[in-house]
Write a protein that binds this ligand. Structure first.
Ligand SMILES: [Zn+2]
Length: 298
């Protein structure tokens, strides 16, 4: 059913332009459908296809219909590398700087393809969840969701999944469900609740959500990964935890009663969560926040 819906969506987009208007999913068949989807579908359609079909099956069609077609060389290289995990000309990819490719690359690096393919839910999870989304209780299109960076899995519905995977799609009204699920006995569920509440800036619930230290660390790890913004010095060089920097301008340190002099070296700096404009470091024995635009990496 979902396959047919996707087919119809793509038909509306016009990707079957060379076929009759009366072409239906049934008439086209999976092979033709996937061939055209690979050639002309956009990124999200491809992801969905990899959820709906076996990866090896898609690969067979790709090898048969696209792989040697020079018109699709760019696309083929991406598919080979990202979706089929083949090691092809990495130098080529450095040249390709499109938003679409960035999405591909991020997707590949998070290695979610295999997990996304896995729509079935293992028995243990099935029993634990009672075949319901462990976050909102819905039983719509359930799948396993990995609570990275650990391997723990929870059961989520398609609506929760969509929002967990794309923070732009977060809809606050959907997450009232966390009022209940944050009390779950499953650590993975609590961790996801923490991350969503954090994304929603819901401090009231965060204050009462009790997490053991190691679970809290796990919850925060995921946030760091998804929100990491590059921190750069005055020259645009990337700064990381543990780097040493020089202050390039006398800075009055508010509240500390001293001036951090130009030329002062600050060792072992630390990044400030959610704020790429500052770092933390020790000057005159005092830990202070310093604007990165007044720093030079050593
Ligand atoms: Zn849900």
């Amino acid at each position: 059913m979902i396959k047919e819906q996707l087919f119809n969506k793509l038909k509306t987009k016009g990707i079957f332009w060379s076929y009759s208007k009366n072409l239906t999913y049934e008439k086209a068949g999976d092979k033709l459908f996937l061939e055209y989807l690979l050639k002309y579908g956009d990124f999200d359609d491809l992801i969905l296809a990899f959820k709906l079909y076996n990866q090896n099956y898609i690969k067979t069609i790709w090898e048969d219909k696209l792989k040697d077609d020079k018109r699709f060389i760019k696309l083929n290289l991406m598919l080979a590398r990202v979706f089929f995990g083949m090691n092809v000309e990495s130098s080529y990819f450095k040249e390709v700087k499109s938003a679409r490719f960035e999405k591909f690359r991020m997707f590949a690096s998070s290695n979610q393809i295999k997990r996304r393919n896995k729509m079935s839910i293992n028995k243990e999870l099935e029993v634990r969840s009672g075949n319901k989304c462990e976050l909102c209780g819905s039983s719509d299109e359930l799948s396993e969701f990995q609570v990275a960076p650990r391997d723990d899995l929870i059961v989520v519905c398609s609506k929760c999944r969509e929002q967990l995977e794309d923070s732009d799609k977060i809809d606050e009204s959907h997450w009232h469900c966390l009022n209940d699920s944050m009390w779950s006995e499953v650590d993975g569920v609590k961790v996801v609740a923490y991350r969503v509440l954090n994304a929603l800036n819901n401090q009231d619930l965060l204050d009462i959500l009790y997490l053991e230290d190691d679970i809290l660390e796990w919850a925060k790890d995921g946030i760091k990964d998804s929100n990491a913004q590059p921190v750069r010095d005055a020259n645009g060089n990337l700064l990381e935890d543990g780097d040493s920097v020089t202050i390039i301008k006398d800075l009055v340190v508010k509240g500390a009663g001293f001036t951090a002099k130009q030329g002062t070296t600050v060792k072992k700096i630390q990044m400030v969560q959610d704020d790429p404009t500052h770092i933390q470091g020790r000057v005159n024995g005092t830990k202070i926040f310093i604007l990165t635009k007044f720093l030079k990496k050593l």
